[in-house]
Ligand binder design. Structure first.
Ligand code: FES
Length: 158
C-alpha cells in the first residue's frame, strides 16, 4: 500500500522536475526541492530524480554528497553538533565525542533508530572560550567533560 503523503510528495516532485527540465541547470533546484519535500535525499529519491531527468545515478549521488546542504538520511528530532575545532580539540573534545558515540550508539553523520538524535562533528561553533563545546539544536553546552554527557542527553529524552 502506498502512503498518501508519499504519493503526493512524489507527484509534486515529478511535476517540479517536468518544469525544471525545460530550464538550464535543473539538477540543483530539483535536489533542493526534493530535500525540502522529503527531508533527505534517500536512495529512492535519488533514483526518482535520476529516472525522471534521464541522467546517471552517479551524477545525482555526486551532487548529493558534495554539498553539505544535502542529507542522505532524514535528520533526527535533535541535532547534536560536537565542535571539533582547534580550541575544542586541545581541550579534549575527543573524549566528549567518544562518550556521545557510546551513549547514542551511533557515529557522527548518523541518526539513532528512534529518530531522536542526529550526531554531527562540526567546525568551530564560535564560542571557543567555552571549549570544549557542543550544541544540541540551538542550545550551547560548554566546558564539557565526558561525564556531563548522560545528564545533558537525559533532558531530551522523555
Ligand atoms: S573551536 Fe570549538 S567553539 Fe571554537
Amino acid at each position: 500500500m502506498v502512503n498518501v503523503d508519499e504519493k503526493l510528495m512524489r507527484d509534486e516532485l515529478i511535476s517540479f522536475i517536468e518544469e525544471q527540465k525545460k530550464k538550464p541547470g535543473p539538477l540543483m533546484p530539483i535536489m533542493q526541492k526534493a530535500q525540502s519535500l522529503y527531508g533527505a535525499l534517500t536512495f529512492e529519491v535519488q533514483e526518482l530524480i535520476s529516472e525522471q531527468l534521464g541522467i546517471p545515478m552517479s551524477d545525482v549521488y555526486g551532487v548529493a554528497t558534495f554539498y553539505s546542504q544535502f542529507a542522505l538520511q532524514p535528520k533526527g528530532e535533535h541535532i547534536v553538533s560536537v565542535c571539533m575545532g582547534t580550541a575544542c580539540y586541545v581541550r579534549n573534545v575527543e573524549k566528549v565525542m567518544e562518550k556521545m558515540i557510546e551513549e547514542l550508539g551511533i557515529n557522527p553523520g548518523e541518526t539513532t533508530k528512534d529518530n531522536k538524535f542526529t550526531l554531527e562533528a562540526t567546525r568551530c561553533l564560535g564560542c571557543c572560550g567555552l571549549a570544549p563545546v557542543m550544541m544540541i539544536d540551538d542550545q550551547v553546552y560548554g566546558r564539557l567533560t565526558p561525564s556531563d554527557v548522560p545528564d545533558i542527553l537525559a533532558k531530551y529524552t522523555d
